[in-house]
Design a protein. Structure first.
Length: 144
């Protein structure tokens, strides 16, 4: 089975285990599945990139919005500084700005080649935890 098919099987297995129909949380327009975790929504999708000598690698990627990017330049700078510091301290996640949507997101990704189901579940649990934790952090520190 191709790595992308394995990842899709993991997604369907997870959905079955949590009692959700994978088809109902899949959006064909964005080619992504949308999971709820606490107060957060996790967008999960597969991305294939070309990597040296014309080989391809496929990643499972998860994004979860954690706060709106402020319009005020001074506030925006403070949010971006906090994001960079958090990205340095936290393992397995990074923060990313989606400027076209005006959102700061927590992101995790993993090459799916060789990934087992337990590793996949760890990624999902981690992004769910960090999405809630960081959403609360940014709300407390920057929502004024």
């Amino acid at each position: 089975m191709a790595p992308a098919d394995v990842a899709k099987a993991y997604i369907y297995r997870l959905c079955n285990e949590i009692g959700v129909n994978a088809g109902t949380i899949y959006n064909a327009k964005t080619s992504a599945w949308y999971f709820s975790s606490g107060s957060s929504t996790i967008e999960m999708f597969l991305t294939t990139i070309e990597s040296g000598q014309q080989t391809e690698r496929t990643f499972v990627r998860c994004f979860a919005p954690i706060c709106a990017i402020p319009d005020d330049t001074k506030k925006k700078l403070a949010v971006f500084q906090a994001a960079l510091e958090i990205s340095t301290d936290r393992m397995g996640i990074k923060l990313s700005a989606l400027m076209d949507k005006g959102l700061l997101c927590v992101v995790t990704e993993r090459d799916i080649d060789g990934m087992d189901y337990q590793e996949f579940i760890t990624i999902v649990r981690d992004i769910g935890y960090w999405a809630d934790h960081l959403k609360n952090y940014f709300k407390t520190h920057f929502d004024r």
